[in-house]
Design a protein around this ligand. Structure first.
Ligand SMILES: C[S@@+](CC[C@H](N)C(=O)[O-])C[C@H]1O[C@@H](n2cnc3c(N)ncnc32)[C@H](O)[C@@H]1O
Length: 390
């Protein structure tokens, strides 16, 4: 057992309390449901703010480091490439994890559960979040859905070993789980770009939906929606996030070379300079804004020498592209644009809008979901953020 000052449940609890994530209401569940009981022997810990994965740590060969990472405030990747990439090296994409504890408890806090509430969780993963909910509300009040049968089976085993057996369903969480409805709370622990309307339909009037939402371009934040009697769910974004996507809402962007004109020499693109620094485009809140306003946009970065890089903007319809070359200490940047749309000009227009509005962060945005669609708003639901329809 680790000593008082070493990594362990107590140390992580203080970290989470200091960050304002772990409240006294969730403390008994945190104590009763130890994270280590839900983490497999082999994990890849988050680094650099949690967005990248470090090298594998195996409990059997390095138990001290395994324990130290489990009781650190980092996400732990537990599966790559939907299980198609076994072994110890990293695969292409992380596809299942035990989430960052700060996010787990901040989202549980935002969920605002009360005794007797029925909860639907989408994205069982390791089962830790489901276990925390089951401890607090009773396993009979928790339904958790996982798309990956092997991941769900492992979670079921760990939940049973902890004496907690919420209904663990293998299926597409975008469909919810009608058998357990109506739910007082719905929580997604995978990211979405569209709120599946099934979640609203299966929610009781007044229910709360907490889900990480973000456009394909980038930027993601947790939406906290309240379901009204009219079948409309509405509410603010409450914190930034970086969750892996719901399987069916993953983005698969075409390669840059598949775009017309990219490979042609000499380049047919029109050229100019811009005062909009590609560096300013990387702010997470601005990325969110650009992605909301230009929903068919995605980007790629090509690193060059000495801190220089090329930022590509491309449309998912494969018609147009723009690239801007960032060079440190410059105030003017070379831009090339090609296709029927001028994507850098669209990005400049969105940046001007964002600056005029005072560079809003997530907290000023909100989301409304109706049976007909969804839209993001700024400051108030009657102030929709403009969407540039191509
Ligand atoms: C970040 S992990 C969830 C962490 C988990 N709540 C925990 O406590 O360990 C995201 C999970 O969502 C699952 N997932 C992705 N798409 C899904 C879908 N359509 N329906 C249900 N689960 C899905 C992934 O397989 C993955 O296990």
């Amino acid at each position: 057992m680790p000593g008082a000052n070493e990594a362990g449940p107590g140390g992580l609890a203080s970290v989470l309390r200091d960050k304002g994530a772990l409240t006294s209401a969730w403390m008994p569940a945190y104590r009763a449901v130890p994270r280590d009981a839900f983490v497999p022997d082999r994990l890849w810990p988050g680094t650099a703010g949690g967005n990248r994965q470090g090298e594998v740590i195996d409990r059997n060969t390095d138990p001290a480091r395994w324990w130290e990472r489990v009781y650190s405030d980092v996400p732990l990747t537990t599966q790559w490439d939907d299980g198609a990439h076994p072994g110890t090296d990293k695969g292409r994409s992380p596809t299942s994890s035990n989430s960052m504890p700060k996010m787990v408890f901040s989202m549980l806090d935002a969920l605002g559960v009360e005794r007797g509430h029925r909860v639907l969780e989408v994205g069982t993963g390791t089962g830790w979040n489901a276990a925390l909910l089951a401890y607090r509300l009773g396993p009979e009040n928790v339904v958790t859905v996982e798309v990956d049968p092997a991941v769900a089976e492992e979670a079921r085993r760990r939940l049973a070993a902890a004496g907690l057996n919420p209904l663990t369903v293998v299926g597409d969480g975008a469909q919810g789980c009608p058998d357990g409805a109506p739910y007082d709370r719905v929580i997604a622990t995978c990211g979405i770009s569209t709120v599946p309307y099934a979640w609203v339909e299966q929610a009781a009037e007044g229910a709360v939906i907490v889900a990480p939402w973000g456009p394909p371009y980038g930027g993601q934040a947790v939406a906290r929606l309240r379901v009204g009697e009219d079948g409309v769910a509405m509410g603010p974004f409450v914190m930034s996030s970086a969750f892996m996507r719901l399987r069916d809402q993953r983005d698969t962007f075409p390669p840059t070379d598949a775009f017309p004109g990219v490979a042609n020499r000499p380049s047919p693109a029109s050229r100019r300079t811009t005062a909009l620094s590609p560096d300013d485009m990387g702010d997470w809140h601005h990325m969110f804004t650009l992605g909301v306003q230009v929903p068919d946009l995605f980007c790629r970065v090509e690193r060059c020498e000495k801190g220089a890089y090329r930022l590509w903007l491309l449309d998912t319809g494969r018609t147009s592209w723009a690239r801007a070359d960032y060079v440190p200490a410059r105030t003017e940047f070379e831009v090339a644009e090609y296709g029927p749309r001028r994507l850098w000009s669209e990005a400049e227009a969105v940046m001007s809008w964002w600056r005029e509005k005072g560079e809003p962060r997530f907290e000023r945005y909100g989301l409304t979901v109706t049976p007909r669609g969804q839209h993001v708003w700024l400051d108030s639901p009657d102030n929709p953020v403009p969407v540039r329809v191509p």
